[in-house]
Each structure stands twice: as structure tokens, then as C-alpha cells.
Design a protein around this ligand. Structure first.
Ligand code: PDD
Length: 287
């Protein structure tokens, strides 16, 4: 199937899609991104991702490339042209193209926009979730603005590779106090020894996950106890259950931490239920 990418105002064949060598995203990682899950050809958690995108851009003083209505249309077109029913859409906005200089271009240049969309095999993803996945832990080495969804992902890429080399799907960053911050591309959760759902508070240096926010609503509706408090690696290993959340993983049960089984070493009932409830809600509210 031919794939198409949106690059600075037009759709081009994916294989031919290219940005300028002096795009500041390419040279300086001077840009931000968003990822939406796609259900039934529609954007999941649309508002949350738009709101975070505008915030990431504002924090870095990058101009909004277009308004929300126009962006919704272009994202929809990317989904349609790539015939995605179930999948992911990726958006990247850089500060634009300018002769290399660390300081911002003066006068400013228009931000550069790239959008891609790809299909995901939901049946295969469900089979993976039913088996559960492992995480490994790595030292937190990132900057102090992880609340911004920046394309500067080198520590995340190294952490994810370390996970892969150790047979795991995700890496959890651990801060100098021994507390888990978040995953390389997801938020981290446990069901602690008291049966309370735990995830780190968003005042900490983590990304405010949109999936995390929607799952908090789901948890509230289900009446489950939850606490926004960090946990140690030892607490995770002693937890009843663990899972991660993100637009890519949705809600994915974690069955081992650094090779040690979590609970019975199989996906827990709460993680499994929350995955189902999250997907139901995200599908029902997708636009
Ligand atoms: N990652 N933390 C980090 C560091 C992330 O990169 C992500 C998402 C999350 C979860 O955020 P959300 O629920 O809004 O997807 C938390 C995306 C999916 C990625 O990098 O592909």
C-alpha cells in the first residue's frame, strides 16, 4: 500500500518525503511532537493531545503552525490517505528552517510540520497485552523539562534500546532518590501492596500523559482507589500489578521489572480491566 506523509503544506509519497537539511528539528532537536491513537479512523483523546501540543509549542516559543480546526482536518486527511482504521498518527513541529545558529532565527521563520500515519494490528496488540510485557530500569538522565513533548529523545532512545537488549518492551527511568519517574515512551503505574493504583504526580519532571489523564477518569468512574504518589523499584517488584500507559501502548500490563516477576508474573485483573475500559472510552469519544 502506498503511504503518504504531510510535509509543510502538502501530501507527498512517504518514500519521497523529505525535510531541509537545515531544519532546526534535524540539527538541534528544536521541535515538539504529538502522537494520537486512531480508533475507527478517528483521533483518540483529541482534546488532550491538542492542548498539550499548544502548551509544548508555547513553552518553547514556537509559533502554532495552524489552528485547531485546520490541524484536525490535516490529521484526518493523513489518516484517510493512509487508509488507517486502527493505528497511530504522528505530528512533528520544528521551529523551522534557518542557517545553523543555536539562538532562534531572527526574523522568525515559519514552523515546519510533518505528519505521518500508520496502521496497528489491534489483534496482535491484544495478544501482546494478554501475555504482558517486561520493563527494565535505567538511571534518569533527561533534562528538567520532561513536561514538554520535545523531539529531543536521545535518553529515551538509549533507554528503549537497553530494554530491547534485555528482552523487555519498556525502560523505566529512576531518579536519584530511587523513585520511578516514567517510561521511555509511557507513564508508569503499579497496584501497590494495599491494592491502591499508584502513578507519579505531574508536578514531578514527567510528561503529563494524555492516556494517563483519561485513565484517571476511567478509574474514577470505576470507583477504584488511586494515589498520585511515586514508587520505588522495590515497591514495583513487590506490587500486586504494574502497567504502562501511552498512545502507543494504551494500557499495557507489566509482568516483570528487571527480570523479577510482578505479582504472579501474569497480567493482573485490574490492569486487564483498565485496558478494556480505556479502549472502550477512547473509541467512544474519538473524533
Ligand atoms: N510517547 N511519557 C513519555 C516520555 C512519553 O514519550 C509518552 C508518550 C508518555 C505517554 O503520553 P500519552 O499518554 O500522552 O501518549 C509518557 C509517545 C506515544 C511516543 O513517544 O511515541
Amino acid at each position: 500500500m502506498s503511504r503518504y506523509a504531510y510535509v509543510n503544506g502538502r501530501f507527498v509519497r512517504h518514500g519521497q518525503a523529505a525535510v531541509h537539511i537545515e531544519d532546526r528539528g534535524y540539527q538541534l532537536a528544536d521541535g515538539v511532537y504529538e502522537v494520537w491513537a486512531v480508533f475507527d479512523g478517528k483521533l483518540a483523546d483529541a482534546d488532550g493531545h491538542f492542548t498539550r501540543l499548544w502548551r509544548s509549542l508555547d513553552e518553547l516559543r514556537i509559533a502554532h503552525p495552524m489552528g485547531r480546526a485546520a490541524l484536525t482536518l490535516v490529521l484526518g486527511e493523513a489518516i484517510r490517505r493512509n487508509k488507517v482504521r486502527e493505528g497511530l498518527v504522528y505530528l512533528q513541529v520544528s521551529r523551522g528552517v534557518a542557517r545553523r545558529d543555536h539562538a532562534f532565527p531572527d526574523p522568525p521563520v515559519p514552523p515546519a510540520v510533518v505528519i505521518t500515519a500508520k496502521s496497528v494490528d489491534r489483534a496482535a496488540a491484544e495478544a501482546k497485552a494478554a501475555k504482558g510485557a517486561g520493563v527494565v530500569t535505567v538511571p534518569e538522565t533527561r533534562w528538567s523539562r520532561c513536561d514538554i513533548k520535545s523531539i529531543g529523545l536521545l535518553p529515551n532512545a538509549l533507554a528503549k534500546q537497553a530494554a530491547r537488549e534485555r528482552g523487555a518492551v519498556e525502560a523505566w527511568f529512576v531518579d536519584e532518590l530511587g523513585l520511578v519517574t516514567e517510561g521511555a515512551s509511557s507513564n508508569a503505574w503499579i497496584v501497590d501492596a494495599d491494592g491502591v493504583l499508584r502513578t507519579r504526580d505531574t508536578q514531578a519532571n514527567i510528561l503529563r500523559g494524555v492516556t494517563r489523564t483519561t485513565l484517571m477518569q476511567v478509574i474514577g468512574e470505576a470507583g477504584l482507589p488511586v494515589s498520585e504518589r511515586p514508587f520505588t523499584v522495590a515497591e514495583a517488584k513487590a506490587a500486586k500489578e504494574a502497567f504502562i500507559t501511552g498512545a502507543g501502548s494504551l494500557v499495557l500490563p507489566i509482568v516483570s521489572v528487571d527480570g523479577a516477576p510482578v505479582g504472579d508474573g501474569v497480567p493482573g485483573p485490574r490492569a486487564t480491566r483498565l485496558r478494556r475500559l480505556y479502549i472502550e472510552k477512547a473509541r467512544a469519544t474519538a473524533i
